[in-house]
Structure formats: structure tokens, C-alpha cells
Write a protein that binds this ligand. Structure first.
Ligand code: NAD
Length: 425
């Protein structure tokens, strides 16, 4: 089955992406030894008292992939199918995502093997606190700063922050990002990933001479990244003709009225189901995967991993693909799309707006100050545009796909930082 459950291939994919760029950079075995493998892998057994009095022991992970350029940064996911391989892959991507946008952070990722839907609110809180307490020597400002990921949101971050603060007897909001605004969260975080996706799309359109005002768009996924990306693109004047989520895929040849569609989904637990009956000119696709093959200018996969592979890549008709999700294309798909002349804005660049505003949250917490939404947006804009420009320059100079160019830019930065620091003892 395709999707977030295809865990092993995420690591294979990440390793292959690294190897391609390492070959172009002609990295030495010593350089590869310094930066390819994770630096610290921690596994913890987490005993938690359930509501019925029984003790249940969960497994939790934290991987610090590389910390040469700054403290490890990356989310913690709670999911029944979490594996160490998956956490390793996601941590590697975080190292290079932070490096490509040039924020002073390394890569990390965490996970707990659990289905949170089966826990009561009290059980979830005890599990979250136990995870953080068990790994308290791993986390910390300047060391490793977690954030939300699948099934963990601002409330879990608040518990992490409280656990650390109680343990150290100090108010320590800077140990975690993605917190509620009341506890030092940043304005602009909610839309940051989609805002970054659209900044990249605008830059790419300029490069391709593609007019956003006449461009057609399809977006897979209608959650945080997909929903806001679709709305932002609509606001830029695009005609968004394809939308999908886990309830189905829908087409509106004349374009969806995004503000009204969002109103509709907000009253239905965020889901698109039934949208074909609520709006004129909207039809449901029999096979939801066909959404990816619509004749659009811009395709935004913003749902799951491994959505476009060697099988369906030949049928993709978009000119530009903006990876809102992590790892939506396999390396086989990359090769086919490159051959077809499709420009792919890679995940480590395209969806880096989220980690960028997480970094800005950490900066604000360290200063004990909160910026306006405009200030955050201004920094996000500047950082994303600079990152896009350096990747595009490398793509043009070396005649390599944007993904390889993004890894080249990022790996060069991580290697340089590692070499400057040298080996301690
Ligand atoms: P989300 O849970 O808010 O939304 C996911 C969406 O995908 C939902 O609309 C869901 O219905 C849909 N979906 C699930 N299965 C689907 C299927 N088979 N076909 C079509 N749609 C399907 O998650 P999100 O935060 O928007 O994250 C989406 C992707 O973006 C993930 O890969 C995530 O790792 C990545 N990402 C998110 C952020 C962030 O800040 N939220 C940052 C970087 C990367």
C-alpha cells in the first residue's frame, strides 16, 4: 500500500537522494562518514499508567541526525506504524531542510509507537510527559528542540514545555516550538508551511515564465498544508480545478471558490466529502489518484509519501510540481519527470516554511519577545526567497534537477560546518 505506511522506502529514498548529491559534490569517504548517518539514536521504553490501573509500556524514539550547524530540530509523531527507519529518514531530511533555508539548526525527529485515538486525554498527557521526561537529557535549548508532527499539536507541545520547565524549575518555552500562542507560540506558524510553498511557486513561475493569473492548479490533500496552499493560490489568481482529501478527489473545470469551499469543510470536520453536491460544476473522480494526472500547470502533492512513482509519473501532465508533503515522489518518478521537463520544487525547500517559522518562534522565545504577524511574514519571505535563489542558481550552473541542487546546497553547508568544527577529542 502506498502512503505514510510505506516506511522503509522513505529511508531508501532519503539515502538515494543523499548519495546522488554526494556523488556530484565528490565528497570524500571522511566527509560522508561525518554527515550521512545519524549522530545519536535514542530508544526509550515508556511505562504509562492507563485509566484502568494497568501499566502499559510504549516505545519512543528520538534521532539527532546532525547537529553541526545548530541544535537538532524536528517534530515528534505519535502513530501506530512509527519505525526507527522512518524516524531516521525524517531526521535526515530535517538536517538538509534546515541547511537549505540556512537557519542555524540541525536535523532531528522523534516518534512514539501508539494510536492516540485509543487513548483518553489523561492517558495521552501521561504518555507525552513520560516521553519528554525519559528523554530529558536529549532535549533542551541549544541541544534538541522538538515540534509537532503527525498526531501531536500545540497541546502536546505545551505538556512537553511544562515537563521540562517543572523539571528545571524555570519557565523554558524555548525548548519546544509549535506551542499555543499563550505559551510563546509564534503568529504565522499555522499558515507558514503553505505560505512557504506559495513563495516557492511564485519564484518558480517567474523562472518558467508562467503567469499565475492564468495558471491552473490541482492540490492533493486538504489539511494544513494543502488547504492553505489552495487558498493562497486562489488568492494569487490561479484557477484551482482539482482538490482531494482522504474522502475523495473532486474537479471543478471553472475553478473552486476556495473561501466558500473552506467554509464548507470547516463545518464538516475539515473534509471535502459531499462537495460535489454542495457546489455547481463540481464532480467527483472515480479514482482519486487521477487527481495527480489532471492537465494542470501546477500540481501540489500535500498529503502523503510516495504518491508519484515509476508507474504513474509518465501520465503526469503538470509543468510544475511543488512538494508540500514530505517525500511524495520516488526517485524513479524524479527521473521520469526530469526527462519530461517537469520542474519539481523538492520538499526540503518547498515545505521548509514551517521549520523556518519554528526557528523564528525559538528566536522570539530566547528574546522573551513576540513579533507581529507582519514581521514574521517578512522574515519568512526573505529566508524562503534566498533559499530558492541559491537552489535555482545551483540547478542552472550544474544542470541538475532542483532536488539534487537543493541537496548539493545543503550538504555543502553541513560539510563545511562539520569541517570547521573538526573532531572534539
Ligand atoms: P494534515 O493532517 O493537516 O492533512 C493531511 C491531508 O491529507 C488531509 O486533508 C487528509 O484527508 C489528506 N489525505 C490523507 N490521505 C489521503 C489520500 N490518500 N489522498 C488524498 N488526500 C489524503 O497534514 P499536514 O500538516 O497538512 O501535512 C501534509 C504533509 O505535509 C505531510 O507529508 C507532512 O509531513 C508535510 N509537512 C507538513 C508541515 C506542516 O507544517 N504541517 C511542514 C512540512 C511538511
Amino acid at each position: 500500500m502506498r502512503g505514510i505506511f510505506d516506511r522503509t522506502s522513505a529511508l531508501d529514498n532519503a539515502m538515494r537522494q543523499f548519495d546522488r548529491a554526494a556523488e556530484i559534490l565528490e565528497l570524500t569517504p571522511n566527509q560522508i562518514a561525518m554527515i550521512k548517518e545519524p549522530r545519536r539514536v535514542t530508544q526509550a521504553r515508556l511505562p504509562v499508567q492507563m485509566d484502568n490501573g494497568q501499566i502499559k509500556v510504549f516505545t519512543g524514539y528520538r534521532v539527532q541526525h546532525n547537529v553541526a550547524r545548530g541544535p537538532a530540530k524536528g517534530g515528534v509523531r505519535f502513530h501506530p506504524k512509527v519505525t526507527l527507519d522512518e524516524v531516521n529518514a525524517l531526521a535526515l531530511w530535517m538536517t538538509y531542510k534546515c541547511a537549505v533555508v540556512d537557519i542555524p539548526m540541525g536535523g532531528g525527529k522523534g516518534g512514539v509507537v501508539v494510536d492516540p485515538k485509543e487513548l483518553s486525554a489523561g492517558e495521552l498527557e501521561r504518555l507525552a510527559r513520560r516521553y519528554f521526561a525519559e528523554l530529558i537529557d536529549v532535549f533542551g535549548d541549544g541541544r534538541d528542540i522538538p515540534a509537532p508532527d503527525v498526531n501531536t499539536g500545540p497541546q502536546v507541545m505545551a505538556w512537553f514545555m511544562d515537563t521540562f520547565s517543572m523539571h528545571t524549575k524555570m519557565f523554558r518555552p524555548e525548548v519546544v516550538t509549535g506551542k499555543p500562542l499563550e505559551l510563546g507560540g509564534s503568529l504565522g506558524r499555522e499558515t507558514a508551511t503553505a505560505d512557504g510553498v506559495v513563495i516557492c511557486i511564485k519564484e518558480a513561475c517567474e523562472h518558467l515564465n508562467l503567469d499565475l493569473k492564468t495558471a491552473t492548479v490541482a492540490v492533493q490533500g486538504f489539511g494544513n498544508v494543502g488547504g492553505y496552499s489552495a487558498l493562497n493560490l486562489y488568492n494569487e489568481g490561479c484557477r484551482v480545478i482539482g482538490l482531494s482529501d482522504d474522502t475523495g478527489a473532486f474537479v471543478a473545470e471553472d475553478g473552486f471558490d476556495l473561501p466558500r469551499v473552506r467554509e464548507y469543510t470547516q463545518s464538516r470536520k475539515g473534509k471535502l466529502a459531499g462537495v460535489e453536491n454542495a457546489f455547481e460544476g463540481v464532480r467527483r473522480l472515480e479514482d482519486p489518484q487521477e487527481l495527480l494526472e489532471l492537465p494542470v500547470d501546477i500540481l501540489v502533492p500535500a498529503a502523503l509519501e510516495n504518491q508519484i512513482d515509476g508507474e504513474n509519473a509518465p501520465r503526469i501532465r503538470a509543468r510544475l510540481i511543488a512538494e508540500g508533503a514530505n517525500g511524495p515522489l520516488t526517485t524513479e518518478a524524479d527521473d521520469i519527470l526530469d526527462e519530461k521537463g517537469v520542474l519539481v520544487i523538492p520538499d526540503i525547500l518547498c515545505n521548509a516554511g514551517g521549520v523556518t517559522v519554528s526557528y523564528l518562534e525559538w528566536v522570539q522565545n530566547r528574546m522573551g519577545y513576540a513579533w507581529t504577524a507582519e514581521r514574521v511574514q517578512e522574515d519568512l519571505d526573505r529566508i524562503m526567497k534566498a533559499a530558492f535563489a541559491s537552489v535555482l542558481k545551483t540547478h542552472l550552473e550544474r544542470n541538475i534537477p532542483l532536488r539534487v541542487a537543493a541537496f548539493v546546497v545543503a550538504i555543502e553547508r553541513v560539510t563545511r560546518a562539520s569541517e570547521l568544527r573538526g573532531l572534539y577529542a
